[in-house]
Ligand binder design. Structure first.
Ligand SMILES: [Zn+2]
Ligand SMILES: [Zn+2]
Length: 81
Protein backbone atom coordinates (compact mmCIF):
# COMPACT_ATOMS: atom_id res chain seq x y z
CA UNK A 1 0.00 0.00 0.00
CA UNK A 2 1.59 3.03 -1.07
CA UNK A 3 -0.01 6.29 -0.74
CA UNK A 4 0.96 9.26 -2.67
CA UNK A 5 1.19 12.51 -1.04
CA UNK A 6 0.56 15.14 -3.49
CA UNK A 7 1.67 18.44 -2.42
CA UNK A 8 -0.43 20.74 -4.37
CA UNK A 9 0.27 24.24 -3.51
CA UNK A 10 -1.71 26.76 -5.26
CA UNK A 11 0.45 29.62 -6.04
CA UNK A 12 -1.46 32.72 -6.66
CA UNK A 13 -0.34 34.23 -9.83
CA UNK A 14 0.53 37.73 -9.08
CA UNK A 15 -0.65 39.90 -11.81
CA UNK A 16 1.66 42.81 -12.04
CA UNK A 17 -0.36 45.91 -11.71
CA UNK A 18 0.20 49.56 -11.96
CA UNK A 19 -0.76 51.89 -9.23
CA UNK A 20 -1.12 55.57 -9.67
CA UNK A 21 -0.56 55.27 -13.35
CA UNK A 22 1.13 58.29 -14.73
CA UNK A 23 -1.00 58.09 -17.80
CA UNK A 24 -4.46 57.68 -16.37
CA UNK A 25 -3.94 58.21 -12.66
CA UNK A 26 -5.64 54.97 -11.69
CA UNK A 27 -4.81 51.42 -10.78
CA UNK A 28 -4.98 48.71 -13.39
CA UNK A 29 -3.12 45.84 -14.89
CA UNK A 30 -0.15 46.31 -17.07
CA UNK A 31 -1.03 47.37 -20.55
CA UNK A 32 -4.64 47.84 -19.68
CA UNK A 33 -4.47 51.50 -19.22
CA UNK A 34 -7.79 53.14 -20.01
CA UNK A 35 -5.88 56.11 -21.27
CA UNK A 36 -4.29 54.07 -23.97
CA UNK A 37 -5.23 55.51 -27.30
CA UNK A 38 -6.89 58.51 -25.73
CA UNK A 39 -5.86 61.82 -27.13
CA UNK A 40 -5.04 64.34 -24.50
CA UNK A 41 -7.09 67.48 -24.81
CA UNK A 42 -4.32 69.53 -23.41
CA UNK A 43 -1.34 68.67 -25.53
CA UNK A 44 -2.98 66.58 -28.28
CA UNK A 45 -0.63 63.74 -27.51
CA UNK A 46 -2.08 60.30 -27.17
CA UNK A 47 -2.02 57.73 -24.42
CA UNK A 48 -2.72 59.86 -21.41
CA UNK A 49 -5.52 61.79 -19.89
CA UNK A 50 -5.56 65.52 -19.82
CA UNK A 51 -5.65 65.50 -16.04
CA UNK A 52 -2.38 63.62 -16.01
CA UNK A 53 -0.84 65.83 -18.62
CA UNK A 54 2.52 67.21 -17.73
CA UNK A 55 2.66 69.71 -20.50
CA UNK A 56 1.13 73.06 -20.80
CA UNK A 57 -0.01 73.20 -17.24
CA UNK A 58 -0.42 76.90 -17.53
CA UNK A 59 -3.41 76.68 -19.77
CA UNK A 60 -4.90 73.62 -18.24
CA UNK A 61 -7.31 75.15 -15.82
CA UNK A 62 -7.51 78.88 -15.76
CA UNK A 63 -8.58 79.92 -12.35
CA UNK A 64 -11.08 82.66 -12.29
CA UNK A 65 -11.51 84.68 -9.23
CA UNK A 66 -15.14 84.37 -8.59
CA UNK A 67 -15.06 86.54 -5.54
CA UNK A 68 -14.04 90.01 -6.28
CA UNK A 69 -14.62 93.14 -4.44
CA UNK A 70 -16.78 95.42 -6.37
CA UNK A 71 -16.74 98.90 -5.09
CA UNK A 72 -19.74 100.63 -6.38
CA UNK A 73 -20.07 104.27 -5.86
CA UNK A 74 -23.61 105.21 -5.45
CA UNK A 75 -23.99 107.98 -7.88
CA UNK A 76 -26.84 110.32 -7.57
CA UNK A 77 -29.09 109.86 -10.45
CA UNK A 78 -30.88 112.95 -11.29
CA UNK A 79 -34.25 112.26 -12.65
CA UNK A 80 -34.98 114.75 -15.29
CA UNK A 81 -38.68 115.09 -15.28
ZN1 LIG B 1 -3.09 53.92 -16.74
ZN1 LIG C 1 -1.26 65.89 -22.50
Amino acid sequence: MDRKEELTQKVDVLVPGIKNCKFCGGDHEVRKCPAYGVVCRNCIIRNHFAKMCSRGQGRAVPQRRNVREVVQDHEKVDNLN
